[in-house]
Design a protein around this ligand. Structure first.
Ligand code: SAM
Length: 207
């Protein structure tokens, strides 16, 4: 079963789908030398969508991120969420759109690292065209979370987080093949592993 990962970067999302059994193909406008699967450097808004059983998309989130809003720069970043959704609906296969809290997703579920016993919280929204159960955050059980953004080695007083070094980031995310910059943009594979299990059931007609 083939899954297309649009805006794939170094493949955090891709890896979760791979681990539940999908043959994953990634598309990014930038070269991605560490992407672990078949890769096409192309514009996700133009890449052909036929021949896939499901499509995941992580359109650039700068427009909706807290950081951009704080600096009043939302207008400088194109909003690709709506146009991406239109393309995915047009493709006629099950789809997932992932983005940051605050992004205009329809009826999204929120995934958190604490649910999966990771050291990050990293809330991310997922809009899916099929049913996925919303699990609970487990912040109290988690203990102090690791921040995976900015530069490794720093800390955020505002968020009450220490960042740790790049090895701490890798462990906290469950990712061992990325650079710090790639980790800062990635989602933990366990998030798409969760969604991927529902997608498999959906494609089999079980759900
Ligand atoms: C937040 S990252 C995705 C991270 C990925 N989901 C992961 O888990 O590792 C967004 C990516 O979108 C890419 N991008 C931005 N505009 C694009 C476009 N028009 N077509 C394809 N990729 C694009 C950027 O190069 C960047 O790598």
């Amino acid at each position: 079963v083939r899954l297309l990962d649009l805006f794939c970067k170094a493949g955090g999302a891709s890896m979760g789908y791979h681990r539940v059994g999908f043959e994953v193909v990634g598309v990014d406008i930038e070269p991605q030398p560490r992407y672990p699967f078949e890769f096409h450097q192309a514009d996700a808004m133009e890449f052909g969508l036929s021949g896939f059983d499901a499509i995941h998309a992580s359109p650039p989130c700068q427009r909706h991120s807290k950081m951009t809003k704080r600096h009043g720069r939302s207008a400088e970043h194109p909003d690709l969420v709506g146009p991406t959704r239109d393309r995915l609906i047009g493709a006629g296969v099950p789809y997932i759109i992932e983005n940051v809290p605050g992004a205009p997703l329809v009826d999204p579920l929120v995934l958190c690292g604490s649910t999966f016993e990771l050291d990050v919280r990293r809330h991310r929204l997922f809009e899916t065209s099929f049913h996925v159960l919303q699990p609970k955050c487990r912040h109290a059980e988690q203990g102090p979370a690791v921040g995976v953004y900015g530069n490794p080695g720093g800390s955020s007083k505002r968020d009450g987080l220490t960042f740790g070094g790049v090895d701490t980031w890798k462990t906290a995310m469950g990712i061992d093949w990325m650079t710090a910059k790639e980790l800062a943009q990635a989602i933990p594979p366990l998030y798409t592993h969760w969604i991927g299990e529902y997608l498999v059931a959906h494609l089999k007609g079980d759900l």
